[in-house]
Design a protein around this ligand. Structure first.
Ligand code: G5P
Ligand code: MG
Length: 226
């Protein structure tokens, strides 16, 4: 008997590499649930929860929040998704976070978006987001239908505090120092799939083909959309 397991994946890449954009396409195409650690933190900040109030300055300064705080938060959210396949975006970001995830869940694959740092800076200064849903726009790449408003709800879009150029530089440093070792963690487990490029529209067909192969291999199931 073949046991069909739920598909569980991680998407990694430097700030602005397109994790949110590609996750959106993956979610729509393959029906996986999407959990972004950054979105979860920003929802907490907007709602002024205790965690949100404590973590706001860390995030605004482009620093990572403490491992124990984010691990507890994300592993707690994942326990609510026991019945679905999921895609985790922005977590894990340090080796201790990867170890905490590893101890709790079996991961099937890690998609790594390898986008040069040069490409990133200008993308982030023209990014606009819909905070409640995490939907991402860009005034040149994927503008909203009505400037300044979310396509689905019509609610206002905002720019993220941590998208100021000097904060982006700090986030890229944090990525180099603390997150790149996580790539090695997954490479050594044979889980890392790297997609290199400067344009999401050119990277996406490769990610799509890869996930189609994986999900159709017969041992996984996602809630494929009718
Ligand atoms: P986040 O929220 O996880 P980052 O820094 O990892 O933030 P970010 O900025 O959300 O990542 P992304 O999701 O990789 O970037 O990229 P995106 O939003 O899809 O695309 C960026 C922009 O480029 C958008 O405007 C998009 O439209 C545009 N774009 C996409 N593709 C193209 C293209 O081909 N061409 C062009 N021209 N544009 C394109 O984390 C935020 C903070 O939260 C904390 C940290 O403080 C972190 O800094 N945090 C954690 N701290 C500790 N541990 C964790 N696990 C944490 N998770 C979050
Ligand atoms: Mg994102």
């Amino acid at each position: 008997m073949v046991v069909r397991a739920l598909f569980r994946a991680v998407i990694m890449g430097p700030p602005g590499s397109g994790k949110g954009t590609v996750s959106n396409r993956i979610t729509k195409t393959f029906g996986l649930a999407h959990l972004s650690s950054g979105d979860v933190l920003r929802v907490n900040i907007t709602a002024k929860t205790e965690i949100g109030l404590l973590m706001k300055s860390c995030i605004d300064q482009g620093q990572l929040v403490p491992d124990d705080v984010i691990s507890r938060l994300i592993l707690g959210e994942l326990r609510n998704l026991e019945q679905s396949g999921w895609l985790l975006d922005g977590f894990p970001r340090t080796v201790p976070q990867a170890e905490a995830l590893d101890a709790a869940f079996r991961i099937d694959t890690v998609i790594n978006l390898d986008v040069p740092f040069q490409t990133i800076q200008e993308r982030l200064t023209s990014r606009w987001v819909h905070l409640p849903s995490g939907r991402v726009y860009n005034t040149s790449f994927n503008p909203p239908k009505v400037p300044g408003l979310d396509d689905v709800t019509g609610e206002p879009l905002v720019q993220r505090n941590d998208d100021a150029p000097e904060t982006v530089a700090r986030r890229l440093k944090a990525y180099e120092n603390q997150t790149q070792p996580v790539l090695e963690f997954y490479r050594s487990k044979g889980l890392l799939e790297t997609f290199t490029g400067t344009e999401t529209n050119k990277i996406w067909p490769h990610v799509h083909a890869f996930l189609s192969r994986k999900l159709n291999s017969g041992i996984h199931k996602a809630r494929l959309k009718e």
